[in-house]
Design a protein around this ligand. Structure first.
Ligand SMILES: *[C@@H]1O[C@H](CO)[C@@H](O)[C@H](O)[C@H]1NC(C)=O
Ligand SMILES: *[C@@H]1O[C@H](CO)[C@@H](O)[C@H](O)[C@H]1NC(C)=O
Ligand SMILES: *[C@@H]1O[C@H](CO)[C@@H](O)[C@H](O)[C@H]1NC(C)=O
Ligand SMILES: *[C@@H]1O[C@H](CO)[C@@H](O)[C@H](O)[C@H]1NC(C)=O
Ligand SMILES: *[C@@H]1O[C@H](CO)[C@@H](O)[C@H](O)[C@H]1NC(C)=O
Ligand SMILES: *[C@@H]1O[C@H](CO)[C@@H](O)[C@H](O)[C@H]1NC(C)=O
Ligand SMILES: *[C@@H]1O[C@H](CO)[C@@H](O)[C@H](O)[C@H]1NC(C)=O
Ligand SMILES: *[C@@H]1O[C@H](CO)[C@@H](O)[C@H](O)[C@H]1NC(C)=O
Ligand SMILES: *[C@@H]1O[C@H](CO)[C@@H](O)[C@H](O)[C@H]1NC(C)=O
Ligand SMILES: *[C@@H]1O[C@H](CO)[C@@H](O)[C@H](O)[C@H]1NC(C)=O
Length: 706
C-alpha cells in the first residue's frame, strides 16, 4: 500500500515539475499564442459523408480539422492565386455562391494547395440554374430497368433534372462548408481584407487570416463496410460505437374513414391512394428547404384532405381514401419502398390489392400558364384492363378541373413517369395511377434539391409591414394557386371514391393553405403550430423553430417535418373529444371500442381571449409508419433493390477563423515544444530513477507489482 502511495506522490511531483518547466519556457513564446484569437462561425452548414451500397459521397476534413489562409474568390480568375500564384499555401477558399459549380469544383478537387472551401450563400437566389442533384434522380430504384421499359431506363427519354450538376453525389476529400449568414461572410471578408491583401505592391505581412474547418467523418468506403463494422461492435462490445446510421424516419398516413390499424382491410374493400413526399436535400447537411420539391405537394394534399373531411358524406363514400406522406424518398425511395414492403408482408392494415387507384402530387407550385401535367406509365397500360382504368382516372381528373383556374393536361402517352413514389407501387403491382406535376418534360424547378428551393423560389412574398401573425393569415398568390390545385385534387378524389356528382361544393380553404405555407416555409414557431403541437410527444420547443423547417430525412426520428405534418393533419381533419388528459394519453388502456381506429393527441390549444392556453384532446386518424429501408431489416446492406443510404457519424462540425503566424514561427514553436518535451521526459526519468535519493520514503520491499 505504502509503495503505491509513494509512487503516486512521486509521479505527481514529476508532473508538476514538467508543467513548471513548460510554463517557464512557454512564456517566451506566448506572443504567437496570444495572437491566435479565434472567432467561431455560428451559422455554417457542412457537407457530410453519406454512404450507399457501393460508394461514399460528401466531404470530410482531416481528424483535427483543416486550416488554410483565406482567399476570397469572387470570379473565376481569382482561382489562379489559389492554384498557382499565392505565396502562402495551403489556402481556404471563400467561394462566391454563383461560382459553386461543377466546373469550378472539378478545378479545385485535385488541387494540392487547397485545404477546403467555404461557400457564400447567394442572396438573392443565383441567376443561373442551381441544382446539385443528378440529371436522373433516383435512377436504378424506380421502375424502369432493363426488364421493364428498357427504352426509358436511365432517363433515356427525358432528362428530368437537366440543371443537375451531380455535385451532391460526388466524394470530396476536403471540407466544404456553407456560410449562411451575410454578417458572418462580412466578418470573414473583413479579416481577409485586413490581413491577406498586400498593401499596394508590398509583400504580405504575417500574421494572416486563416480559416479552420472541422468535419471529420468516422465511416469510410460504403454502407456494407460501415454497417458490418457497426454490427461487429454491437455484438462484441457493451458500448456500441457505430460509425454510420441508416437514414430513417416515419411516413405519415391517414384515411378519410378510419381503418382498423390492428387488423387487415377486407380484400374486397377498395381504397384510393393520394401521395406526396415529405423530404428533400441539398449539398449541405440539414439544409433542405424543399419548397417546390416537397412542401408544394404535401401542403396541397393536406388542403385536399381537409376539404374532403368537411363534406357531410365523407364517411359514407363507397371507397375510402388514403393520404400518404412518404419520408426519405430523395434517397432511393426509403418511405414508399418500406410501405410497399409492409403491404406485401401483410404488416400494414391496407394491402396492395386494396388499392383502387393512385394519385401522386409531385412538384406543383411552379405552374407555367396555369397548366399542370398528368403523367401515366406507358408500359403498365399495355395491359388493356389497366389502360381502361388509367383512362377513366385521367378522365375524372380532367373533369374535376372544369370551371377552375387550373388547366390539366395529359402528357404524351409514350413518355415515362417522372421519379415518384408511385414507381415503387407500380413495381410491386400493376396499379392504375397518375403523377401530377408542374412540368411536362424536364423539371420547372431550377433549384431542385438545393438550398435555394425556398419560399422565394415559389414566389411566396408578403407585402411589407405585416407582422408575423398577419403574414401567416395573408393569402398570397402562391397560396391561392395551390388552393385551386387542392380543390381540383379533392374533387377528383371524391369522384374516384365514388362520390355523387355534386362535387362543385368541394373547396379547399385558402386560409389554411396560407397558414401551412407560412408554417412550413417561413416559421414553424407560429401561434397556430404552437397550439396544435402535442406537448407530451415532444417538447414543443424542440420541434418549433423561428425559421422554416428543413426537410432532410436524417437519422433521428421522427424528424420535425414528420411530426408537424401529423399534427397539422390532426388539427385539420381530427375531432376534439372531451377526454381527460389521462384518457387522452393512454387510450389503449381504456375500454374505448375505437382504440384500434384512432390516435389521440393532447394539444396545448390557443390562448383565445385568456392569458392561459386551454389544452384539449384531439382524436385523429393520422398515423406514423416506419420509413426504414427494408435493406436494413433484412441486413442486406449491399441491396440494389432497396435504399442503402447511411450517414456517417462525426465528433464535431465547426468552423472558425483566426490569425496564423508564419510557417517559420510555427516551426520554431514546434521545435521548442519538442525540445521541452524531451527535456521534461529526461527530467522525469531522472527524477524517477533517483527517487530514492530525492524523496525519502519508507519502501515496502514486497510490493513489486502496482
Ligand atoms: C459566434 O458566437 C460566439 C459566442 O457566442 C461569439 O463569440 C462569436 O463572435 C460569434 N461569431 C460571429 C462570427 O459572430
Ligand atoms: C451509390 O451512389 C453512387 C453515387 O451516386 C452511385 O454511382 C452508385 O450507383 C450507387 N450505388 C448503388 C448500389 O445504388
Ligand atoms: C447583420 O448585422 C446588421 C447590422 O449589424 C443587423 O441589423 C442584422 O440584423 C444582422 N443580420 C443578421 C442575419 O444577423
Ligand atoms: C498605396 O500606398 C500609398 C503609400 O503607401 C498610399 O498612400 C496609398 O493609399 C496606397 N494605395 C492604395 C490603393 O492602397
Ligand atoms: C380491430 O381489429 C382487432 C384485431 O383484429 C379487433 O380485436 C377489434 O375488435 C377491431 N376493432 C374494430 C373497431 O373493428
Ligand atoms: C392485366 O392486369 C390485371 C390487373 O392487374 C390482371 O388481373 C390481368 O391478368 C392483366 N392482364 C394481362 C393480359 O396481363
Ligand atoms: C417561439 O416563440 C415564442 C413566442 O411566440 C417564444 O417565447 C419561444 O421562445 C419561441 N421558441 C423558440 C424555440 O424559438
Ligand atoms: C385546430 O387549431 C385551431 C387553432 O388552434 C383550434 O381552434 C381548433 O380547435 C383545432 N381543431 C382541432 C380539431 O384540433
Ligand atoms: C363527454 O361528453 C359526453 C357527451 O357529450 C358525456 O356523456 C361524457 O360524460 C363526457 N365525458 C367527460 C369525461 O366529460
Ligand atoms: C374574445 O373576445 C371577443 C371580443 O372581446 C369576443 O367577440 C369573442 O367571442 C371572444 N372569444 C372567446 C373565445 O371568448
Amino acid at each position: 500500500m505504502a509503495s503505491v502511495t509513494s509512487r503516486r506522490n512521486r509521479s505527481l511531483c514529476s508532473a508538476v515539475t514538467v508543467i513548471c518547466m513548460f510554463h517557464l519556457l512557454g512564456s517566451c513564446f506566448s506572443n504567437s499564442v496570444e495572437r491566435k484569437i479565434y472567432i467561431s462561425l455560428n451559422t455554417t452548414a457542412s457537407c457530410v459523408r453519406l454512404l450507399n451500397a457501393t460508394h461514399q459521397i460528401g466531404c470530410q476534413s482531416s481528424m483535427n480539422g483543416d486550416t488554410g489562409v483565406i482567399h476570397v474568390v469572387e470570379k473565376v480568375e481569382d482561382l489562379q492565386w489559389v492554384l498557382e500564384d499565392g505565396p502562402n499555401p495551403p489556402y481556404m477558399v471563400l467561394l462566391n455562391g454563383e461560382l459553386f459549380t461543377r466546373d469550378t469544383m472539378l478545378k479545385l478537387k485535385g488541387a494540392s494547395r487547397l485545404t477546403g472551401i467555404a461557400v457564400v450563400r447567394s442572396k438573392p437566389n443565383p441567376h443561373a440554374d442551381f441544382s446539385k442533384d443528378v440529371l436522373c434522380p433516383n435512377d436504378g430504384f424506380g421502375i424502369y430497368s432493363t426488364s421493364y421499359g428498357p427504352e426509358y431506363a436511365h432517363c433515356n427519354q427525358t432528362i428530368w433534372n437537366p440543371f443537375g450538376d451531380g455535385l451532391s453525389y460526388e466524394d470530396f476529400q476536403f471540407p466544404i462548408f456553407l456560410i449562411n449568414d451575410e454578417n458572418e461572410t462580412q466578418v470573414i471578408k473583413q479579416c481577409y481584407e485586413d490581413h491577406n491583401i498586400p498593401a499596394n505592391g508590398s509583400v504580405l505581412q504575417y500574421p494572416l487570416c486563416a480559416l479552420q474547418l472541422f468535419s471529420h467523418m468516422h465511416a469510410v468506403t460504403n454502407t456494407v463496410t460501415c454497417m458490418r463494422r457497426s454490427s461487429i461492435q454491437n455484438t462484441f462490445s457493451l458500448n456500441p460505437e457505430a460509425v454510420c446510421d441508416p437514414l430513417v424516419d416515419y411516413n405519415v398516413w391517414s384515411t378519410l374513414r378510419p381503418v382498423n390499424t390492428s387488423g387487415q382491410l377486407d380484400p374486397e374493400e377498395k381504397i384510393v391512394v393520394v401521395a406526396s413526399r415529405l423530404d428533400s436535400r441539398s449539398f449541405f447537411w440539414d439544409m433542405a428547404p424543399g419548397a417546390n420539391s416537397a412542401v408544394s405537394g404535401f401542403v396541397t394534399q393536406i388542403a385536399a384532405a381537409e376539404a374532403l373531411q368537411k363534406l357531410p358524406d365523407s364517411q359514407k363514400l363507397p371507397r375510402n381514401i388514403m393520404f400518404a406522406f412518404f419520408q426519405g424518398e430523395t434517397f432511393d425511395y426509403i418511405g414508399s419502398s418500406r410501405m410497399v414492403y409492409d403491404m406485401q408482408k401483410g404488416k400494414f392494415p391496407i394491402g396492395l390489392n386494396n388499392i383502387h387507384s393512385f394519385l401522386e402530387l409531385s412538384q406543383v407550385a411552379l405552374r407555367n400558364t396555369s397548366t399542370l401535367w398528368l403523367h401515366t406509365d406507358p408500359i403498365s397500360q399495355r395491359n388493356n384492363s389497366v389502360m381502361t382504368e388509367v383512362k377513366a382516372l385521367v378522365g375524372i381528373l380532367l373533369k374535376a378541373s372544369e370551371n377552375t383556374n387550373v388547366t390539366l393536361q395529359e402528357v404524351d402517352q409514350s413518355k415515362p413517369i417522372p421519379p415518384s413514389s408511385f414507381q415503387r407501387f407500380l413495381k410491386a403491382q400493376n396499379i392504375p395511377g397518375v403523377v401530377l406535376t408542374d412540368h411536362q418534360g424536364a423539371f420547372q424547378n431550377r433549384y431542385y434539391q438545393s438550398i435555394y428551393d425556398t419560399a422565394e423560389n415559389i414566389q411566396l412574398h408578403y407585402p411589407a409591414g405585416l407582422g408575423p401573425e398577419e403574414q401567416m393569415d395573408y393569402v398570397t398568390n402562391t397560396a391561392e394557386a395551390l388552393t385551386e390545385v387542392a380543390t381540383v385534387v379533392a374533387r377528383g378524389l371524391y369522384k374516384l371514391a365514388g362520390g355523387s356528382d355534386a362535387s362543385s361544393i368541394i373547396k379547399a380553404d385558402p386560409k389554411t393553405v396560407s397558414r401551412m405555407l407560412y408554417g412550413f416555409l417561413v416559421k414553424s414557431n407560429n401561434s397556430w403550430f404552437q397550439s396544435i403541437v402535442n406537448t407530451d410527444y415532444m417538447k414543443p420547443d424542440s420541434i418549433l423553430e423561428n425559421k422554416a423547417p428543413q426537410y432532410y430525412v436524417s437519422v433521428n426520428s421522427p424528424a420535425r417535418p414528420t411530426s408537424l405534418v401529423r399534427f397539422v393533419l390532426a388539427n385539420l381533419t381530427g375531432t376534439v373529444v372531451n377526454f381527460t388528459k389521462e384518457e387522452c394519453q393512454n387510450p389503449k388502456d381504456s375500454s374505448n371500442p375505437e382504440k384500434h381506429l384512432y390516435e389521440y393527441l393532447w394539444v396545448p390549444g390557443s390562448f383565445g381571449n385568456s392569458t392561459t392556453r386551454t389544452p384539449f384532446c384531439v382524436r385523429t386518424v393520422a398515423h406514423l409508419s416506419k420509413a426504414v429501408s427494408p435493406a436494413f431489416d433484412l441486413n442486406d446492406w449491399g441491396s440494389t433493390e432497396y435504399s442503402t443510404w447511411t450517414e456517417s457519424r462525426w465528433k464535431e462540425i465547426r468552423a472558425r477563423i483566426f490569425l496564423v503566424a508564419s510557417h517559420e514561427l510555427e516551426v520554431i514553436t514546434l521545435v521548442v515544444g519538442v525540445t521541452i518535451l524531451i527535456v521534461s521526459l529526461l527530467a522525469t526519468y531522472f527524477i524517477n530513477a533517483k527517487a530514492d535519493i530525492l524523496f525519502t520514503s519508507t519502501r515496502d520491499p514486497g510490493a513489486v507489482a502496482y
